[in-house]
Design a protein around this ligand. Structure first.
Ligand SMILES: Cc1cc2nc3c(=O)[nH]c(=O)nc-3n(C[C@H](O)[C@H](O)[C@H](O)COP(=O)(O)OP(=O)(O)OC[C@H]3O[C@@H](n4cnc5c(N)ncnc54)[C@H](O)[C@@H]3O)c2cc1C
Length: 486
């Protein structure tokens, strides 16, 4: 087990892409599963927290901790059968794409951070990407895992027949029956959204006569076990795609987006032109812009050549054509627009308004897709009422917006304002049937609100956490605010 002791290493491990910085007691790099087991044993023996970590690109502070921060070395990808790929947890998503692409295969979830984020981090956050409207989030692709559970060593995490789970070992029996007996509450409390990374995804665990344990680990943010291998389902890569680029203000966005959603797009994304203007990079968006309207909306359709041709005809004969979109047919041009979209947050983080920067907190709200306009109105009212500048971009078809106000993380007044914003926005989003987070997760930033998003089933989530990690060493205070401050 390699110790990372240099000042530079420890400084790097003290931060992720969130606002909270914590200096770890030790950084470890495990080369094998056996070394992961020994790091977890050490944390358990010494009673110190352990934070599994991939690339550290998490936003609501879930990849930093005060104890051991554990990186892994394994980054291989092995095709298993025709439609599965087993990956080392440290494999970067773009490298997985590079392995699959020559074989005409893909795993379609590409977070904007896909050139740096790892498959272990994606699995643990239930990450999503621009193509989630058609293909889903990471949870829809994880078939099986291997994970190190505190005190138990490495385990295969695979779906079991429900009856076998109910007759299995004590913990499996307890967790399976708890979820089964509370199915009604679990279903009734689940947000009515197309993507969700808040809490554990209990509603996906028992289905079709199965106890689908991998679904419990997806989105668990390193709080149940350390993932040492993940197997994704993969698909044949679509051969063709077309993109429509339209422009809009935030008012009326819902109508424009629903006009494209009627045709089952693979993506409908929102880009805030002002982000690029403020950092002097207008040339990144100007080729697609023909008006003074503030936002670009692009809608992508993929499939076989015939399917894409027929989508072109469908859109041309529909109300979407009324928005006079530019049509992009060249694959390289479409890839370029997607890269511009991926760059948005990185560019936004360069903007300064005095001491203020764009901060997370309400950066990942998601509501039922038909309530997109209500979400836009909520965010504008909240920011404008407080006189705050803001940016807003994101996954329009999923009504999942990455809105961020400009605030100073070093100012107590500004952080109080952020707390009020979170409080009021979360309450409003819950009333709409939405979730605090569509893809980034709860982290430490939102952990205290998880019991309010799930007033009944939070107790089940806490019991699940205690069942896998009774000493509370794995990522304490992330997602489940237990066992409290160290
Ligand atoms: C510029 C930018 C753009 C982004 N765009 C998107 C986007 O489009 N969609 C999206 O969903 N997210 C996005 N994110 C958030 C983030 O990149 C993703 O959540 C990403 O998948 C995290 O991967 P990571 O390797 O950086 O994980 P980390 O940040 O290192 O860790 C993430 C979580 O997983 C846990 N973890 C990591 N590895 C393991 C393991 N082996 N076992 C158990 N737990 C583990 C950590 O403890 C932590 O809780 C973006 C972030 C940035 C900075």
């Amino acid at each position: 087990l390699r110790r990372l002791t240099s000042e530079a290493d420890l400084r790097e491990l003290s931060v992720d892409a969130g606002m909270i910085s914590l200096r770890p007691r030790a950084g470890y790099l495990a080369e094998s599963e056996r070394e992961v087991v020994s790091a977890v044993d050490e944390a358990l023996r010494d009673g110190i927290p352990l934070t599994p970590r991939g690339a550290g690109t998490s936003i609501p502070s879930q990849a930093v901790g005060t104890g051991i921060v554990l990186l892994q070395q394994r980054r291989d990808a092995t095709l298993s059968g025709a439609l599965g790929v087993a990956c080392g947890p440290a494999l970067v998503k773009s490298d997985l794409n590079g392995e699959l692409d020559p074989r005409g295969l893909w795993m379609p979830v590409d977070p904007s951070s896909y050139k740096s984020c790892t498959v272990g981090g994606m699995t643990s956050n239930n990450s999503a990407g621009v193509r989630t409207p058609k293909y889903g989030s990471t949870i829809d692709f994880v078939e099986r895992l291997r994970a190190v559970i505190p005190g138990e060593g490495a385990k295969e995490i695979v779906p079991l027949a429900l009856e076998d789970a109910l007759a299995g070992d004590a913990r499996t029996r307890m967790v399976a029956s708890l979820i089964l007996e509370n199915q009604k509450e679990i279903i009734s409390e689940r947000p009515r959204v197309t993507k969700n990374s808040s809490g554990y995804r209990l509603e996906r665990v028992v289905h079709d006569g199965l106890f689908d344990l991998p679904k419990l680990f997806v989105g668990s943010e390193g709080t149940l076990g350390v993932i040492t291998e993940v197997t994704f389902r993969v698909l044949q890569k679509p051969r063709s795609r077309v993109m429509f680029v339209a422009e809009s203000e935030l008012e009326g966005l819902g109508d424009l987006v629903s006009a494209f959603r009627e045709h089952a797009p693979s993506a409908v994304e929102l880009i805030d032109k002002s982000v690029f203007a403020k950092v002097g990079k207008e040339e990144m968006v100007s080729p697609y812009s023909r008006s003074d309207l503030d936002y670009l909306v692009f809608a992508e359709f993929d499939g076989s050549e015939e399917e894409v041709m027929s989508k072109l005809d469908d859109v041309a004969g529909s109300r979407a054509a009324g928005y006079d979109p530019v049509v992009l047919g060249s694959q390289s041009e479409i890839t370029k627009v997607l890269e511009v979209r991926s760059e948005t947050l990185a560019r936004a983080q360069e903007i300064r308004e005095g001491g203020r920067v764009v901060v997370p907190g309400v950066e990942d709200l998601v509501v039922p897709p038909e309530r997109l306009d209500d979400l836009v109105k909520l965010l504008r009212d909240q920011f404008e009422r407080r006189g705050l500048g803001y940016i807003s971009y994101g996954h329009a078809a999923d009504a999942n917006l990455h809105a961020r106000p400009f605030l100073d993380p070093g100012s107590a007044d500004d952080m109080k304002t952020l707390g009020e914003l979170m409080e009021e926005c979360f309450e409003a989003v819950w009333r709409m049937g939405g979730s605090m987070t569509g893809e980034h997760g709860d982290g430490m930033l939102r952990a205290k609100y998880v019991p309010r998003q799930y007033p009944i089933t939070y107790q089940i989530m806490k019991a699940v956490k205690e069942a896998y990690d009774p000493k509370g060493i794995l990522n304490p205070r992330v997602k489940i605010a237990w066992p409290g401050p160290p």
